[in-house]
Design a protein around this ligand. Structure first.
Ligand code: PRX
Length: 658
């Protein structure tokens, strides 16, 4: 097919507003059919609490059963399944030992092609041993443990080990810098850090331990122990009395570790995410409610089957890697694939080779990866046998119809349904997503809210928007079990960020959305100063703070510009302490500032383009006119009213005309 005819097809699909019905082959074998879905929705609508109570009763192995389903007496601080006690690692591992101990839990492949397989029995033993090692080094119930790991089985083992002893893990993505790691360790007051000598990615070794040393040398006085996984055999500095190799820590350690029973509301983990202020927020999740959210969505949205090889490509440093790598699929006794490296090593066929080699059945990734692999050409996927695939998923940002169609045609061979899943770090699990086999899909829409998720679109006054195609705030009206509980150490910010906008009545997601005439949801973007780069959330203020921390910078404003591959790209306007470079461009300084931001936050926050000006466009009250800057970054005509600008002449400079 030529590009032109392909584009014509895409256009006609969009014009017709075409829906994709799942193939009859898929429908025959799914666990949820139209009838079940209707019953689930009916139950949820009739009695929200009873609906969730039944699911919690059926899906979780409780040590003590819960007495109350929902406690809303301190709303918007909700408690679910109070007085119930459980252990999440028991629910993910021990419960499969009776019938499926020798089933593969984790299939692992490193970037260099090394592989490893862990059965549920082996996973259990590894988790228990490491849990005992944590205890031996003084980690107790409620202590925070920060993970800074490559994407290797030990990352999941460490998370599960924390869950086993009731320690609260906080995984920091290995691509974040030492500075970002330090800030998170300090905010969480972590007692231990688990890292590795390094990890393999993009043909390079990521020096995780060195970054960890740098972070710890700047403070982090709460940290007593650093566990270091020997992954790369690189020489690293070990601080006596503080640092211990993973293999030494588990030597002569028993693999019998009775689980610590915890209350349903006991925090399972913190995960830092960007907001509209400079400081990332430690999103706090519960044990039972979170686990339940991951289990039911695995069943509903991923149609989890015992025979599946489930591959979610997300790193454990993100929520997707928590819910759909470390917890949900294991709770259902599935086989997961973990891959340590980049999708393009040695070439853009790596993901598809992994699908063939490991006979992946369900594949879940981000639109940015799909776009990048689409651009690399069909010859890569066409080299591999993708016939094991039966279901495809996407997450992280809206998927453009062209990428959707490519995924559908070239990867799914027009046979696999695509589930476009809308959710957030804060929601813990999918919120709006199709039930494959039942809900017809439309390219670019995440379709309909899942059972028990009371989603609405409201206007400025909080009134529900009923009309089709009118955009508004995306809100969730009723609490749900896997929702965040608070921001670690900052209840005030929790309420201000998510609830205050509509008097604590609705959870405000921070996205705008519209609903079409069929009730399908279309996510339109963020309503706050948060960017979405390659499916990762970055606060504009976070990047601005990093820029102004440089000794040559006085002021900075960061906006997003649409990007073919990464969705949004970072565009920074910078005011220097000294003279503005001629024409507003200084490539040498830009490289320095890019490196600086990489050091402050991580490579994902590096601005793609920097433009220098004498000033930023501000209103007379001093507010930076970001929308204007966004238009300029996109090279659009300025249509906004600029009469309130303090310094209108600055526009010429910002546009690079001077
Ligand atoms: O803007 C939405 C976008 O990603 C944000 C959540 O980011 P994060 O907490 O990092 O979690 C990403 C993985 C769950 C949302 O507020 N987003 C996520 N999924 C979609 C999406 N936008 C459109 N379509 C999606 N399927």
């Amino acid at each position: 097919m030529t590009n032109k005819s392909r584009n014509d097809t895409i256009d006609s699909i969009l014009k017709e507003d075409r829906r994709f019905l799942p193939s009859s082959q898929f429908v025959e074998n799914t666990s949820i059919n139209n009838h079940n879905l209707k019953t689930l929705n009916q139950l949820a609508n009739d009695d929200h609490e009873l609906f969730w109570a039944k699911l919690a009763h059926n899906e979780i192995d409780w040590q003590t059963h819960f007495s109350k389903t929902l406690d809303d007496s301190k709303a918007p601080h909700y408690r679910w399944f109070d007085e119930g006690t459980l252990n999440v690692s028991v629910n993910c591992i021990d419960r499969h030992l009776i019938d499926h101990a020798d089933k593969t839990a984790i299939l692992f492949e490193g970037e260099r092609g090394d592989t490893q397989t862990l059965t549920y029995r082996q996973l259990h033993s590894a988790v228990c041993r490491f849990a005992n090692a944590l205890k031996l080094h003084g980690v107790k119930l409620g202590d925070r443990v920060v993970l800074y790991m490559p994407m290797v089985p030990e990352a999941v083992i460490a998370m599960q080990a924390c869950a086993r002893i009731g320690a609260i893990h906080s995984v920091v993505f290995g691509g974040f810098s030492a500075e970002a790691l330090k800030n998170r360790i300090e905010d969480a007051q972590a007692k231990a850090v688990i890292t590795a000598d390094g990890g393999y990615r993009g043909g390079k070794i990521i020096p995780l331990k060195a970054a960890c040393d740098e972070a710890l040398s700047q403070g982090c006085s709460s940290v007593q122990t650093v566990f270091v996984l020997n992954r790369t055999e690189e020489n690293v500095t070990m601080v006596p009395g503080r640092d211990i190799y993973w293999h030494d820590a588990i030597q002569h350690i028993s693999d019998d570790c009775p689980p610590q029973w915890v209350n349903s509301e006991h925090p399972l983990f913190l995960l830092y995410t960007s907001g509209s202020t400079g400081k990332p927020k430690g999103i706090q999740h519960s044990s039972a409610g979170y686990l339940l959210g991951t289990i039911v969505t695995m069943k509903w949205v991923f149609d989890a089957q015992a025979s599946d090889v489930f591959w979610c490509t997300a790193d454990v440093g993100w929520i997707t890697g928590h819910s759909y790598v470390a917890y949900g699929p294991l709770a259902l006794g599935m086989t997961i694939l973990m891959y340590e490296g980049a999708p393009t090593v040695p070439d853009a066929g790596r993901f598809w080779k992994l699908c063939e080699d490991h006979k992946v059945t369900v594949f879940y990734t981000a639109p940015t990866a799909i776009r990048a692999l689409m651009k690399a050409g069909d010859e890569f996927p066409n080299q591999y046998d993708l016939s094991s695939l039966r279901l495809l998923g996407t997450v992280g940002e809206p998927i453009n119809p062209e990428a959707w169609m490519w995924y559908h045609r070239v990867i799914g061979k027009e046979r696999c349904p695509i589930v476009d899943t809308w959710w957030q770090t804060e929601t813990g699990a999918h919120v709006i997503a199709p039930i494959p086999g039942v809900v017809a899909t439309k390219p670019g829409s995440c379709t309909l809210p899942l059972p028990g998720m009371d989603v609405a679109i409201v206007d400025e006054s909080g009134k529900e928007i009923e009309e089709a195609d009118k955009g508004g705030y995306l809100v969730i009206r009723k609490p749900w079990p896997s929702m965040l509980r608070t921001i670690w150490g900052d209840d005030k910010r929790y309420i201000e960020t998510y609830w205050q906008r509509f008097n604590n009545k609705y959870y405000v997601a921070g996205d705008s959305a519209r609903r079409d005439k069929d009730g399908y949801y279309w996510i339109m973007g963020r309503i706050d100063d948060v960017l979405n780069v390659s499916g990762h959330r970055l606060g504009t203020m976070e990047i601005e703070s990093a820029l102004v921390a440089h000794n040559l910078v006085t002021e900075a404003a960061v906006v997003g510009r649409p990007d073919e591959i990464t969705g949004e790209a970072i565009f920074a306007y910078v005011v220097l302490k000294g003279q503005r470079p001629e024409g507003g461009i200084d490539n040498k300084l830009s490289v320095e500032l890019q490196q600086w931001v990489t050091k402050q936050i991580g490579a994902i926050a590096r601005p793609k383009e920097i433009r220098y000006a004498d000033n930023l466009p501000k209103t007379r009250s001093g507010k930076i006119m970001r929308r204007l800057l966004r238009s300029i970054a996109c090279g659009e005509e300025i249509t906004q009213d600029t009469s309130t600008l303090e310094n209108e002449a600055i526009l010429e400079q910002l546009q690079g005309k001077q």
